[in-house]
Design a protein around this ligand. Sequence first.
Ligand code: GAR
Length: 194
Amino acid sequence: MVKSTGFKKIKTAVFISGTGSNLKSLIKFSKLKKSPISIKLIISDNLYAKGLNFGNIFKIKKKIFNFNDRRSAEKRIISQLKKNEIKLICLAGFMKILSRYFIENFNGKILNIHPSLLPKYKGLNTHKRAILKKEKFSGCTVHFVTSKLDSGKIIIQKKVKINKNETEKSLAKKILIEEHKLYPKAIMNIFSIP
Ligand code: GAR
């Protein structure tokens, strides 16, 4: 358990690939006095990620890396993280898999949010698969990242009911609302004084 001192916030990088609604909620959370994190860097593999706009709006440094050559991208990201003294990475809709090399070379914690009740529905198209399987519930999970996809230790989960006429879109929307609350809660659980 890392103690939050109340004045020295943990320097954090958020990795995104798309819309960045989780990034936005994390930025808002980071600005609260009680929050143990301060977001110093936004990293994306996608130059056109809509979420990069939040970097402009909130004046946070952004860096884009082309993952065609993953090893080279990861090396350059590690050096950026060191330069900015980043100790926490929050993956927030980041759609690339980080290698064992990256995970072992980053000196800090890596968290991810996934839109299912892990260990169920790892990977992509989680909502579609949960509906097709006629699940009564789905939800979201925040977990530590390891080199195995969506498999690290679970920190916290939130269950969401799947209604009779649920569509992929309506379920995604409902779960996203919960994600925005769950990620900050997970961070508070990990870093606040017990
Ligand atoms: C979120 O639902 C997140 O859980 C999911 O992508 C969405 C990103 O939304 N992540 C994954 O599927 C990772 N495996 P956002 O860009 O609006 O935060």
